[in-house]
Design a protein around this ligand. Structure first.
Ligand code: PLP
Length: 444
């Protein structure tokens, strides 16, 4: 598979380049050159395939020319080693639980797949690879767990001191081995600025092989398509159209659903559910795309004011109309397939209580936003079955969820045990030079 840039359809990169570069030089985003439907035999066998086998077949369909079948199968089976169960709320509404991985959020799928793919292409390379990543919380935990003990790869995570939750911090700082945490006495933006400087430092880059684990890496998007097929399989074919409702921030998850549909998954419609950061729902409604600074909400993993994957969505539906989001044909194409909804924190809290009262199900604030969107959409489309992507385990937002529900909630063992582990982090200021010096000392 070759990948082109959303900024330049003529640009081509092979898989290792797209994987290790993350971003094309023109600052676009990589897209797969071809998105053909999966063969009819795949859909015929789908009801009997395991989640791991589904993931492998999709991977082989996309990347079969790049990774030998046996290697690909082994790495995919290893990456997708936890389930994605569909839980029924009622006959029309279902929850797809994406939180059964090590960091309890869907980002585990992307991080585990990326780390194993990088490990594969890094094999036999004498020089170790250093992944440098800034995190505001969630991404770092998934990357740390995903790359833990990957041979030949060291991971350095920069996080803002005092600005991530206790458990998030423990996810970054307690693994050890090849996972290193740098605690920056500043903000997330300071962390990102340091990472940017490191990538622009020619001297450093000639001495250390640096790469990123950015959320826009195409290798994080591909595995997110797997679970749409897995959910569809679990629902079984009853004839009622299937709708996916995606709580969204940077719109990677929703874009992965669009890829799944291009690969032949019979999705009737997508719902883009956001909090008050509603630039995409507003675009879908009005045709005017206006990114703006994000505002803080209860569903904070969706507090994004300029969603990075919007460029990919435009590209999928507007490739004939250029890059202008305001092209009427592009807007019409997206509107026919995706409906956007946005809710404030008060509505989100009420939805969390409603889901527990009506169905006995504890949903996290991101999933609660999804529940609102699906419920609203189904008022006008009753003969459909809707799947809400539950993007994180509610215990990741324990204080808020307990306050909303008025009782304590269960914390899975793999999260609870972190509390007693010892934090190891290197304290640093906001200057670049000490970080550079630490990197040189450690890896040159
Ligand atoms: C990252 C994240 C999201 C947003 O996903 P996108 O792919 O960026 O739209 C939603 N919920 C949770 C819990 C997340 O961690």
């Amino acid at each position: 598979m070759k990948f082109y840039s959303t900024n330049d359809p003529a640009h081509r990169a092979d898989l290792p380049e797209a994987l290790f570069r993350g971003l094309p030089a023109d600052n676009g985003l990589y897209m797969p050159e071809r998105l053909d439907p999966l063969p009819a035999a795949f859909f015929a066998e789908l009801p009997d395939l395991s989640f791991q086998e589904i993931a492998y077949r999709i991977s082989a369909h996309l990347l079969g020319d790049d990774v030998p079948a046996e290697d690909l199968k082994a790495l995919v089976y290893d990456a997708v080693n936890f389930p994605a169960p569909v839980v029924k709320l009622d006959d029309q509404r279902y929850v797809l639980e994406l939180f059964h991985g090590p960091s309890l959020a869907f980002k585990d799928f992307g991080a585990r797949f990326m780390s194993r793919l990088m490990g594969h292409f890094n094999r036999g390379n004498e020089r170790q690879l250093v992944i440098l990543v800034a995190t505001s919380g969630d991404t770092g935990g998934a990357v740390a767990a995903g790359f833990y003990q990957t041979p030949g790869i060291e991971v350095v995570i920069l996080y803002p001191k005092g600005k991530v939750s206790l458990l998030q911090e423990k996810q970054l700082t307690t693994l050890g081995h090849n996972i290193h945490a740098l605690e920056v006495d500043g903000t997330f933006d300071d962390c990102q600025a340091i990472v940017k400087k490191a990538f622009l430092d020619e001297q450093l880059r000639s001495d250390i092989r640096l790469s990123s684990a950015n959320s826009i890496n195409i290798s994080r998007l591909i595995p997110q398509a797997f679970y749409y097929f897995e959910a569809y399989k679990q629902l079984g074919a009853t004839g009622d159209p299937v709708v996916f409702c995606v709580p969204s921030g940077n719109f990677g998850n929703l874009t992965a659903g669009l890829l799944a549909q291009r690969m032949g998954l019979p999705v009737h419609h997508f719902l883009a559910a956001t909090n008050r950061n509603d630039v995409v729902p507003a675009y879908l409604q009005t045709g005017v795309y206006q990114p703006r600074p994000s505002v803080a909400t209860l569903s904070n993993a969706m507090d994004v004011g300029a969603p990075s994957n919007f460029a990919r969505m435009l590209n999928l539906y507007g490739h004939l109309n250029g890059k202008d989001p305001h092209a009427p044909a592009t807007h019409a194409a997206m509107q026919s397939l995706i409906t956007g909804y946005a809710y404030d924190d008060a509505a989100t809290e009420a939805a969390g209580r409603e889901v527990e009262e009506r169905f006995g199900y504890v949903i996290d604030p991101h999933g609660a936003v999804g529940y609102l969107a699906l419920t609203e959409w189904q008022k006008e489309h009753p003969a459909t079955r809707g799947v809400i992507l539950e993007t994180a385990h509610p215990s990741k937002f324990k204080p808020d969820v307990e306050r909303i529900l008025g009782h304590s909630i269960e914390v899975p063992e793999r999260l609870a045990e972190l509390e007693h582990r010892e934090k190891v982090a290197i304290p640093l200021g906001t200057d670049y030079e000490p970080v550079r010096d630490w990197l040189r000392e450690r890896f040159v």
